[in-house]
Ligand binder design. Structure first.
Ligand code: ADP
Ligand code: MG
Length: 441
């Protein structure tokens, strides 16, 4: 018994439709035959030329359509063939089968491991499922990571072990990083879906609250600035707390002191404002009670509290008075995390390190979108993602790259992600911001 591996998936990565010679010849033969038949049929019709000409044109159109169909058919066939052949190769070379000799001495396969595959061409996603049936292959099929990655020539994106099968996820299309572009024109967007690039679409209602972790220079402020613009485009009110009084704090000049705070007292004031707004909204929704409604049904706009460098804020408490302020602020943050969603009040927290003293793990798990930017220790990742920390973490080499976990995204683990790319020559955050402030000033 021999299994040949005819093609590799490297071609999938190039997004190149393979021209398997066998299929190509058949395609041309079928097309050629079709052309001949149609031409002779039309030429032999007893009719004036005036009628024959449009018939020729029609025939041309039919052939063209048919050709497209054939091409599509071939394209589908090729993708599946490649995966199928790769999996057969894996079964064969890893001896994931048992054989017996039949009465005439031929070796035949009695049993083999079972691999299934699914393909999503739009996402460029290949899912390989290895069934765990309790036979002698059950152990082996749980560790096909390297073998499958090798045969498909793709990096393993995610592996999920379920009770009766193992899922191996691969992507052959590299998702695109978003590049920030100046619009020079105000945009108004009436839904809360925010494209974060790299195939990630974030909606705060489906997945409330955000955590951005990462060391100094990892790109937290750049990403948060991008989000602030996206919030403003969606008619949101944005409050900013920047206890280190750096990039975001300087926005006070544009957004006003009412919305931007850098000192502990001012930070406490805006957190109080946001919590009060939340309570009022709950009261309003209670008064106008409709089961299962949320803020959007009441035509209330979202509020975002952006809290940069929360660790620095907590570390600032030295005397009794300032410690009291910290306790009050942290209490407000907890309320927003636990109750904000229904009222359309959301919080974004950034921290260099996500220690349990910063936010305990229960609260952390209530932050629907969690991002770790830049290089982090595996301990650091664990503090952000908990059990959703991937086993194999790639080194982070690109500015603004990291790992992202979004609740309800269908993924079990955090995924590699690159935040929207900022080219300061192309994109001026302040002038974009000003587009959204005209009315208030
Ligand atoms: N998404 C990005 N695109 C391009 N450059 C980035 C990006 N994120 C970070 N950088 C670069 O890294 C520098 C530090 O980023 P910053 O957001 O200030 O880090 P942090 O707030 O985590 O300390 C930026 O000034 C910029 O030059
Ligand atoms: Mg910063």
């Amino acid at each position: 018994m021999k299994l040949f591996r005819l093609r590799t998936v490297a071609d999938l990565k190039r997004n190149y439709i393979l021209s398997s010679s066998r299929l190509k010849v058949t395609t041309w033969l079928i097309l050629g035959l079709l052309v001949c038949i149609l031409l002779t049929v039309i030429a032999n019709i007893r009719a004036p030329d005036l009628i024959k000409i449009p018939l020729f044109i029609l025939a041309g159109f039919v052939i063209y359509k048919f050709h497209r169909q054939l091409k599509y058919f071939r394209y589908n066939l090729d993708y599946y063939l490649i995966i199928r052949e790769s999996l057969l190769y894996v079964l064969h070379t890893n001896h994931l089968y048992t054989t017996y000799k039949d009465s005439s001495g031929y070796e035949k396969i009695s049993r083999s491991a079972i691999l299934q595959y699914e393909l999503d061409k739009q996402k460029g996603h290949i899912l390989i499922k290895a069934l765990i049936t309790g036979d002698e292959f059950s152990k082996k099929v749980q560790s096909l990571d390297d073998v499958l990655a090798g045969v498909l020539e793709l990096e393993l994106d995610e592996k999920i072990i379920r009770p009766s099968f193992v899922e191996y996820h691969f992507y052959y299309k590299k998702p695109n990083r978003l590049v920030l572009q100046s619009r020079n024109q105000k945009q108004e967007i009436d839904n809360l879906d925010i494209d974060l690039g790299y195939g990630v679409n974030y909606n705060p209602v489906k997945c409330p609250h955000i955590l951005v972790a990462g060391g100094t220079g990892s790109g937290k402020s750049v990403f948060i600035s991008f989000l602030i613009l996206e919030f403003l485009k969606r008619q949101s009110t944005v409050y900013i707390a920047d206890p280190k009084n750096s990039d975001l704090g300087s926005l006070a000049y544009y957004l006003g002191d009412k919305y931007v705070a850098t000192t502990p007292n001012n930070i406490a004031r805006i957190v109080r404002l946001v919590v009060e707004e939340m309570q009022e909204r709950y009261q309003y929704m209670r008064d106008n009670f409709q089961y299962g409604t949320n803020f959007a049904d009441h035509e209330i706009n979202p509020v975002f509290l952006v809290f940069d460098e929360i660790g620095a804020f907590q570390a600032s408490g030295t005397d009794k008075k300032s410690k009291e302020i910290i306790v009050e602020v942290m209490d407000g943050i907890k309320q927003i995390i636990l109750l904000g969603r229904q009222a359309g009040i959301f919080i974004l927290v950034s921290a260099q390190q996500m220690r349990a003293e910063t936010l305990n793990t229960d609260l952390r798990d209530n932050l629907g979108l969690r991002i770790a930017l830049g290089a982090n220790s595996s301990e650091g990742y664990r503090m952000v993602f908990g059990s959703a920390t991937p086993d194999n973490l790639k080194p982070i080499e690109v500015k603004g790259a990291g790992y992202l976990y979004m609740q309800g995204s269908g993924r079990e683990n955090a995924q590699y992600w690159e935040s929207p790319y900022l080219d300061t020559k192309q994109f001026n955050f302040i002038s974009e911001l000003q587009l959204y402030l005209e009315e208030t000033n």
